[in-house]
Design a protein. Sequence first.
Length: 153
Amino acid sequence: MAARNLRPATSSPANLPSLSKAPLAPGALAALRRTTLLVGGYLGLSVLTLAAVVALRDDAAVVNDAVWVRTTIVVASAVVMFVSALRAARGSRPAYRRVRILSGVMLAAIAVIIAIPGAFPVWLKIEQGVCGIALVGVALIVNGRQLRSSLGA
């Protein structure tokens, strides 16, 4: 008796429709390009800041433990956000959702960093403020009507 193939013909991942990808309108693509540029700037500034921390590591007045932790977290989140922005630009709804969430979380963290007296040096607070400006732009774009209607998260 020959074995029968009980699998439907559409069970191959190549044959299934992508549930996490959405076709994007031209306006949404332009918005995601702006988002990717802003997140890329945030990533670049974050990497430069971490490089400065490494270069100035022997000066305890400029670089303390809190600076090391914060700059490492910022670079890690910026990498995740940048990769997610690139994927969102290809129509990935989960990646779009990650960019929305991370931009809000990082903005809140930046506000706390700037508000805490004495925990972080002034130079880092200024750098975080510049990062915050980029992330405000990201948050406004990704929470705007154009992208929410296209990628609806």
